[in-house]
Design a protein around this ligand. Structure first.
Ligand code: DAT
Ligand code: MG
Length: 151
């Protein structure tokens, strides 16, 4: 058993296209637990910190422009091996490689604007969660009243 937390974000294109509910649904159906969620605007500082590992890439400015272009739906989810499993559910970065049945495979048609973000390691999950959420605002899946039923 490796219960992990990860940072999942519906990007501005996904929010505009009305995909928040669809994405929450997939994570709930998989048995994962939502610990916090917020529709928010992202400023450049937050976006640059979020994508710090890509700072030297030629598309970095375009990426920051995109993430700050409209509201995102930021979430913290918890579950068994969720970092690896959520990356599989999300699918490959490029729409040409993302398999049908994955979120990007079913909904994304652009590499730059690909609907959803998910952390790729424990270390980035911790950094990304702390960038978007106050630690005290995150629910605990081990609270006796939450989640509401055993899944
Ligand atoms: P992922 O989101 O699958 O973890 P990543 O961390 O390599 O992919 O890149 C972060 C985001 O940057 C990605 O979701 C979309 C954008 N991006 C990546 N490669 C790109 C490229 N070659 N051209 C334009 N945008 C790109
Ligand atoms: Mg990434």
């Amino acid at each position: 058993m490796t219960i992990q937390r990860t940072f999942i974000m519906v990007k501005p294109d996904g929010v505009k296209r009305g995909l928040i509910g669809e994405i929450i649904n997939r994570f709930e159906q998989k048995g994962f637990t939502l610990l916090n969620a917020e529709l928010m605007n992202v400023d450049r500082q937050k976006a640059e910190y979020h994508y710090m590992e890509l700072k030297e890439k030629p598309f970095f400015e375009e990426l920051v422009d995109f993430i700050t272009s409209g509201p995102v739906f930021a979430m913290v989810w918890e579950g068994e091996s969720i970092i690896e499993v959520s990356r599989i559910m999300i699918g490959k970065t490029s729409p040409l490689e993302a398999m049908p049945g994955t979120i990007r495979g079913d909904f994304a048609f652009s590499k730059a604007e690909n609907v959803i973000h998910g952390s790729d390691s424990l270390l980035s999950a911790e950094r990304e969660i702390a960038n978007f959420f106050d630690p005290l605002s995150i629910c605990s899946a081990r609270d006796k009243d939450y989640p509401f039923d055993e899944r």
